[in-house]
Ligand binder design. Sequence first.
Ligand SMILES: NC(=O)c1ccc[n+]([C@@H]2O[C@H](COP(=O)([O-])OP(=O)(O)OC[C@H]3O[C@@H](n4cnc5c(N)ncnc54)[C@H](OP(=O)(O)O)[C@@H]3O)[C@@H](O)[C@H]2O)c1
Length: 512
Amino acid sequence: MSITKAVPLPEGELAKKEERIPEPCIVVIFGASGDLTKRKLLPALYHLEQSGLLPKDFTVVGVARRDLSTTFAPDMQDGIIKGGGVEENDPKLKPFMDRVQYFATEFDDDNGYEKLKAYLADLDTKFNTKGNRLFYLAVAPEFFADIIQRLGNHGMAKPEEGAAHWIRVIIEKPFGTDLASARKLNDEVNAVLSEDQIFRIDHYLGKETVQNILVFRFGNGIFEPVWNRNYIDHVEITAAESIGIEGRGPFYEKAGAVRDVLQNHVMEVLSFVAMEPPDSFQAEAVRTEKLKVWQAIEGIPIENAVRGQYGPGTVDGKPAIGYRREERVSAESNTETFAAVRLEIENWRWAGVPFYLRAGKRLEQRVTEVTIVFKQPPLHLFKSNRSDDKIEPNVITMRIQPDEGISLRFGAKVPGPTTNVRQVDMHFSYAAAFGKSSANGYERLLLDAMLGDATLFAHRDGVEATWALFTPILEAWAAKVATGFPNYAAGSKGPDCADELLAKDGRAWRKL
Ligand SMILES: NC(=O)c1ccc[n+]([C@@H]2O[C@H](COP(=O)([O-])OP(=O)(O)OC[C@H]3O[C@@H](n4cnc5c(N)ncnc54)[C@H](OP(=O)(O)O)[C@@H]3O)[C@@H](O)[C@H]2O)c1
């Protein structure tokens, strides 16, 4: 059953876009020869240009250490065409590429910062960018504090006294590796920049489907009245990947599923699912309500956290090696490639409702979704048509990726002379309703940062609150080598201990 149909974008929506064009500016990407810039950032900027959302006076400067002055722009163009699905002869491509520059320096070369400062000032004259800067730190996390410190030392981190221009900095994830390191990094960054200059990015928040959780809840009248402990039995959030670590052994060995996905992406999604309605859709109001959710979690007892690591198996019909056989991974690695937790949010809305979160690699399917499982009706008047006679609950599933959309599962009478009930799905699909799949999250977030809108970026307090929840688990796991790793086969639904976590409560995960 489907309730979607293609609807063209109404005229009014196009007009509204114009209000969102940022002021002239230079986007300066540190680490621009890296994978993120070519695959995501330049395609995202180009899509903004195609949609008419970039200012007319605009330029991009890539910064990295190698001398790429002649190859950088063609390489980025290649990324825009291949990664961004853009036609080679797209009429806006050449004029856009003419505004893509490259500047080579080592991140710790003070002389390089002085030269970069002068270079950016020249670009201001050439492109009329008025001194506005968006620095994007697409670099390994060990460089975050040092680059910001040096921008400060060279007078590039604050607008000149009395001047009207702005300077903002986007910081990539991971923001710290535990509570202590996140606090230290926050202190170092806040010593140079004010909080309203800092944009800690989590690209999940740029996803249409994540933002739509708030629209679904607060832009409609019918869901919010049942969005609480009186009607909801439990909530599941799943971030499952079928891919492995894709050659990023050294990175993943230090990260693992909690640091890579659970502490940041999944906790952001959780806050959108569970927060109270904010006073407005402004940064401060939204961040305050998100923070209250995380602070209402009293802690995650270690017995409510389980971990897994994939062994060899079959993914998409092809054999897959186990994690410990991946390139540059220890043969005795203790790193979790799967993690699941059970937690409770102790406030009036959610007291007693368990939230089950899981994230993992090399699972049988790639799917990120939120599942809201409702309580059963007080009395069963009708029979199930299942062999075990079980009446299934109503379920709302918000699919974040892929096949973005929302489903509502409810019981319907099976046609025939009996009154048996079977569950059916009513489905909304983004692709069917709006005619295109949702944009890469970086588009929205780059645009928001250029506009100075931090609503969809992490605040210092939020980062520390989520690390405070996961740090004790990470410490306990680091102190005790996991027994039984690997404990799930590549291409499976994950380890048995994750099923047991729900079975203790008489529940089961939604099938992947
Ligand atoms: N890739 C993704 O999809 C993704 C997704 C989410 C988050 N992130 C985060 O984004 C950041 C960047 O990721 P990435 O994959 O693009 O990294 P990457 O491919 O490893 O690129 C690193 C960049 O840093 C430059 N660099 C390293 N050391 C330098 C130094 N001493 N001086 C000057 N330049 C130096 C490199 O320049 P040279 O080439 O000149 O050496 C290169 O441009 C990381 O924090 C990562 O965690 C990435």
